[in-house]
Design a protein around this ligand. Sequence first.
Ligand code: ADP
Ligand code: ZN
Ligand code: ZN
Length: 748
Amino acid sequence: MYADIVLPLAQPAYTYAVPEGMEVQVGEAVSVQFGLRKYYTGIVWRLHNERPRVQRVKSLVGKIYDRPLLDEQQREMWEWIASYYLCTLGEVMRCALPSLIKPSADSESQLLEECYQERTERYYALSESYRDETLLNELFDRLERRAPRLYETLLEVVASEERKHAGEVARRLLSADATPLQTLVKKGILTLTEHTPDLEHGSPTFRLPTLTPHQADALAKLKAYFAAGRTTALLHGVTGSGKTEIYIHLIAEVLARGGDVLLLVPEIALTAQLIERMERIFGSRLTAYHSRLTNQRRSENYLRLNRSSGGEFVVGVRSSIFLPLKHLQLIIVDEEHDASYKQADPAPRYSARDVAVWMAHQRGCSTLLGSATPALESWLNGLSGKYGMATLTERYGGASLPKIYLSDTRRAAQRGERYGHFNKLLIDKIEQTLARGEQVMLFQNRRGFAPYLECPQCGWTARCPHCNVTLSYHKYRSQLVCHYCGHTETALSRCPSCKVVELQPMGFGTEKIEEQIAELFPEARVARLDRDQLTSESAFQRIINDFAAHRTDILVGTQMITKGFDFDDVTLVGVLNADNLLLNPDFRASERAFQLLQQVAGRAGRRSAEGEVVIQTSDPSHPLLRQVLNDDYAAMAREQLAERQSYFYPPYARLTVLTLKHQDVQLVRRAATELATRLRRIFHSRLLGPIAPVVDRIRGEYLMQLMLKIEASASRLRANELVAREVAELLAEKDFKTVTISINVDPR
Ligand code: ADP
Ligand code: ZN
Ligand code: ZN
């Protein structure tokens, strides 16, 4: 007996012999030797009797877990992803399974040692002696003064009844660090017990929000679609209309039936508020799954879900689409238009949203896509009736949509009403807002102080030595940073070319806005949030918490501040420069700009107070800005769809982008031309290029691209086969062996 084993490598499956007496099943994890002294965890993909045509067939070493890691439905999904996104099953495995579940090692024993085995879980409870209210309060008082970390940790354990089972709270549900927990146990304040995690969930009684008539209508409509066998539906609802409330009702219903629910969210750090809200309702049912969990926790979650008999609720980022939810009945994709659902690099370059739609179709479960500004692909599917569609047009509680002003930067400059990067209108509005004791968010789509430094005399700019881009200037660190490869150098003050003149910062980023706002409003408390702050989790959380608690007045940020936040006192949002959003050459630029501006605007006035939005632009008559002004998604969609149709772009065409890379620029050009010629023989004018992309050198490698546009009605899988064949043939030739080719299907 032989077994084809998928290994976490960009290679096809390898065939191993199954030793006498060893019983393996398809989907099981096994350890195998690969090469001379490397051991890998592999997945049994196929069992058969065909002896492979190699000299010596290695045998499987051993089994790792007591049950298969993948069921048939998951294996089908992996296969579909591999064929749709043109990658190997090994690449899917690399991305789908948490790393501790599939370690590699130098020896078999080391592999088994590193392999995560499901352990008993630690549970914490308040110890008997402190179950007295007076004693407990005294303790809290003491700790608050002397040991704030212990105080916070204890508070976390004692609070939130929903998370507990028989007075105990599982370690995985606590965000506290290990040290304060240990200290509290040592001091006899908490007790610690260990047992295997509970799989029993008890009977669900969730306190659900009462829906408004509009929300109830939308919910009924969605349920009717699903009941009628439609597998995917779109919920189009303006920000603050209560899409989340509708999700909650659908989720509760599935959990009560014992089914599993997966709620996909774009970027977990930014949707912490959503998780908290869900946790308040669903308590210990909820499993969060994202990249900031430790490897252990992710592996633990995977194995626990793999044992579950249903009733699980997972909230997670795109990779949670791979979790073993065997009783999956509902997938919700929140903010479905968000680009982070698509993995750009490395392979599998999959879109979790599109996989969710495929899964619904394949398994007959339901997928709900929710957004205030749906992707045009989803919108068209809604219009054409392929997806069911429900709409929420009003904000909850009579909150009105924000009032939007377009402020002309050119005119303001002519009139002398521009100070730094602020028009007078925006300054006046900020002043009024602060005077009312309310908060302001300022959006600038660029971090750092300035995009680049330039010599005013000779035009010299600082460029990355590895990539063909200018370096961004970060003033407070006095550094130049490449946003493509991370290359960092100390900022020069004088031009290295003409040696006399001081370099000038050109353009502007969040850091500069922060500096100017502090000059304009010295009284205001200003904070900044962008990727530079993401380096430390606690710093990031502190900035958010301070703003939420109104300890700061103005928050300056990149698009990071647009997603999912819900701050009560924000009544003014300023967009410093909408022009760079509109000038982007990408065919999705207008759609993206609309989504972004709507989302930014949605942060203003989420409660009863009316919000205001000031968008600064040099082109206030731009049709897209008019559509934003009128809050007219349908008009934007109509216009953009017409353009897409006439230029043959998605959703009317399907795209595949092939990127060739090599350190030798001549070689990569020759390879690209050759591949284009061959593909053109098959696809004719559907093949475009080769062209050098805008950034044509990254990390020392030169890039060339080809783009394939096929009809939406054509078979993607057939086109993929042909592309894969040509690529493989080219790479098999001696000249081109060292070229790397990455294929991106449905790029975002
Ligand atoms: P969306 O997800 O569409 O942006 P949310 O679900 O976040 O909207 O709703 C916006 C605000 O209105 C939230 O604070 C939410 O708690 C509140 N809300 C919406 N619908 C209801 C309801 N039916 N009952 C109570 N509060 C609601
Ligand atoms: Zn110079
Ligand atoms: Zn670089």
